[in-house]
Design a protein around this ligand. Structure first.
Ligand SMILES: Nc1ncnc2c1ncn2[C@@H]1O[C@H](COP(=O)(O)OP(=O)(O)O)[C@@H](O)[C@H]1O
Ligand SMILES: [Mg+2]
Length: 318
C-alpha cells in the first residue's frame, strides 16, 4: 500500500508572496529587493539586540543574501527546479540551552516573511509531546494539527531527537517524523521547519534519519557565551526591564557568573535571566521591609550588591 500523502491546508502558491511585493515592479537590484522587503531592518535589529553570536549572525546574513539573490533570479525567470519548489529552507539550530536558538528562530521567521518565503512569519515552538500521541491513532492528528497552525510560518521543534527512540520499535515518534518529512518536501513553499537541540544528540539523530538530514539546508551552531558576553546580556536584560546595577553590583554579578558557570546545569543566557529574576525578588523584599520610606525611581530600579550576594551560589562557595 502506498503511504498516505499528507497535504496540510493553508498553503496556496498565490498567497505565498505578500500583496505589496506583487504590486511593485519586479526588483532587479539587491537594493530594490532590500527596499521592497524591509528585510535589512530585521537583520540590523538582530545585530544590535543580540550580544555576541558572531558566527550565527554571519550565517543569517549569508542566508538572507542567498534569498535576496534567489528573488532576483526568480524575477528573471531563472528559478531552479520545478515551478513553485523554491529553495529548501529547513534548518537545524544546535547548541546548549539558553544560547539564543529560539530567539534567533523568531527573527529568522520575520526575515523569511519579509522576503515572501512564508505568508505569515509566525513561529510555532513545539516539543515531542505536542506532536506524538500516547495511543495508536493519536499521533497523525496531533502532528497535523501542529502543522496546520505552523503553515505560513516556522515550525520550531525543540529537542527534535526525542522524536526518534530506536530502543522502542513501536514508538509513535516515527509516525510524526514521516508526516514531517512529507510536508517538509511537498509544502516547503509555505512552511519552514527548524530542528533544535544539543549538537551531539542532533548529530546522532541525523545519522539515524538520513531522510530528514538531507532535507535540512542550513545547519547553524550556537556557541556558549563567554563570561563577558553573559555580563553584557545581563545589562541588556535589566535595561529592558527598567532596572540597573547600582554601585558595585555589576562586579558582584560578574563574580556570581564566574561561580555559576562552573556549576552543573548552567544554561547560558537563560540562567542569567533566572538569576536576575531572583535578584529582583530580593530587591523587592528589601524595599518591602522598609515600610515608611518614600521610594523614588532610583530605589525602585536599582539592584544593590547585596541583592546578588545573597544568592546560594555564594553560600556554596564559602
Ligand atoms: N545574544 C543574546 N543577547 C541578549 N539576550 C539573549 C541572547 N541570547 C539569548 N538571550 C535571551 O536569553 C533567553 C534564552 O534564550 P533562548 O533563545 O530561549 O535560548 P535557547 O532557545 O537556545 O534555549 C531569552 O530570554 C533571550 O532573550
Ligand atoms: Mg529554546
Amino acid at each position: 500500500m502506498a503511504a498516505p500523502l499528507y497535504n496540510i491546508p493553508g498553503s496556496t502558491p498565490a498567497a505565498a508572496a505578500p500583496a505589496a511585493a506583487q504590486a511593485a515592479p519586479k526588483a532587479r537590484t539587491v537594493n530594490e529587493v532590500l527596499a521592497q522587503s524591509q528585510v535589512e531592518a530585521v537583520i540590523d535589529e538582530l545585530e544590535r539586540d543580540l550580544v555576541g553570536l558572531a558566527p550565527v549572525k554571519q550565517r543569517i546574513r549569508d542566508i538572507a543574501a542567498l534569498l535576496v539573490v534567489d528573488k532576483l533570479r526568480l524575477n528573471l525567470g531563472l528559478a531552479a527546479g520545478p515551478a513553485g519548489s523554491g529553495p529548501s529552507l529547513h534548518m537545524s539550530f544546535t547548541g546548549n540551552p539558553g544560547t539564543g536558538k529560539t530567539t534567533v528562530a523568531m527573527r529568522m521567521a520575520q526575515i523569511l516573511h519579509r522576503l515572501g518565503y512564508v505568508r505569515k512569519g509566525h513561529l510555532v515552538a513545539v516539543t515531542r509531546d505536542d506532536l506524538v500521541g500516547q495511543y495508536i491513532g493519536h499521533t497523525a492528528p496531533k502532528t497535523k494539527e501542529v502543522l496546520k497552525k505552523a503553515m505560513g510560518g516556522v515550525l520550531f521543534i525543540d529537542e527534535a531527537y526525542y522524536l526518534y527512540r530506536p530502543e522502542n520499535e513501536r514508538d509513535y515518534g516515527q509516525e510524526a517524523i514521516e508526516i514531517l518529512l512529507q510536508v517538509m518536501e511537498n509544502q516547503r513553499d509555505d512552511l519552514v521547519v527548524i530542528l533544535a537541540g544539543y549538537k551531539d544528540r542532533m548529530d546522532t539523530f541525523f545519522k539515524s534519519n538520513p531522510g530528514l538530514s538531507s532535507r535540512i539546508a542550513h545547519h547553524i551552531d550556537f556557541p556558549d557565551y563567554t563570561q563577558g558576553e553573559l555580563l553584557q546580556i545581563a545589562e541588556r536584560m535589566l535595561e529592558g526591564m527598567n532596572y540597573r546595577f547600582g554601585d558595585g553590583a555589576r562586579e558582584v554579578f560578574a563574580e556570581y557568573l564566574g561561580l555559576r558557570l562552573a556549576q552543573p546545569h548552567f544554561a547560558n543566557a537563560r540562567s542569567v535571566r533566572n538569576a536576575l529574576d531572583r535578584a529582583r525578588l530580593r530587591q523587592a523584599s528589601r524595599l518591602f521591609a522598609d515600610r515608611d520610606r518614600v521610594l523614588g525611581a532610583e530605589d525602585l530600579t536599582t539592584l544593590l550588591p547585596a541583592d546578588i550576594r545573597a544568592s546560594r551560589v555564594f553560600a556554596a562557595a564559602t
